[in-house]
Design a protein around this ligand. Structure first.
Ligand SMILES: O=C(O)CCC(=O)C(=O)O
Ligand SMILES: [Fe+2]
Length: 184
């Protein structure tokens, strides 16, 4: 065995990506392997985040949704992650040991013809201080995407007529490049 924690996670996380997408497929009335052929390249991104200790009110991360299909988020015990509820209020995604947070991304919303809404989320300072400062926070975000070559259009069962498709089809790669270009 051996290897760093990230290398070990690297073996586990892609399997988790398949499992979560399989559950989503079943939830949408699709075959449990429906998404497999769209995931096998592994066009995913790992981001290691460090939020330094702060002594004043700062928003470390403005509210947004991620761009891809799902994000598998590993957070430490510090807290501060919030997700927006359907009514518009932000609620704490309180860290629970041994669990990960799954956020839906904008491309999954598009793929599902808005049946699944992307998760608007933000990171704020935690509710407690250690002495004069709010402690540092570490998290790992694994951004999952369909294969860049996959053509993303409204999934079967999410529309009755062609006119009910809310978005034109686009390849995953083109979509993500568009979003990233608009950001940077
Ligand atoms: O640090 C977190 O918990 C969230 C990070 C995040 O949402 C992102 O990097 O897109
Ligand atoms: Fe995010």
């Amino acid at each position: 065995m051996g290897g760093t924690a990230v290398e070990k996670e690297g073996l586990v996380i892609p399997g988790l990506h398949f499992q979560v997408m399989s559950a989503i497929a079943v939830g949408m009335g699709l075959d449990d392997g429906f998404f497999d052929k769209h995931l096998d390249v592994g066009d995913n991104t790992l981001r290691l985040l460090h939020y330094p200790a702060v002594d004043s009110s700062v928003f470390a991360n403005n509210a947004n949704a991620d761009y891809g299909s799902i994000t598998l988020l590993f957070q430490d015990a510090r807290g501060g992650l919030q997700v927006r509820s359907p009514t518009g209020t932000f609620v704490d995604a309180t860290p629970i040991e041994g669990t990960i947070v799954v956020n839906a991304g904008d491309l999954l919303a598009r793929w599902s013809n808005d049946t699944i809404r992307s998760t608007i989320h933000r990171v704020v300072e935690p509710p407690f201080k250690q002495g004069p400062t709010h402690p540092a926070r570490y998290s790992i975000a694994y951004f999952c995407n369909p294969n860049f070559s996959s053509f993303i259009e409204a999934l079967p069962g999410t529309y009755a007529t062609e006119g009910e498709k809310k978005y034109p089809g686009i390849t995953s790669g083109d979509y993500l490049v568009q979003r990233l270009t608009a950001t940077y």
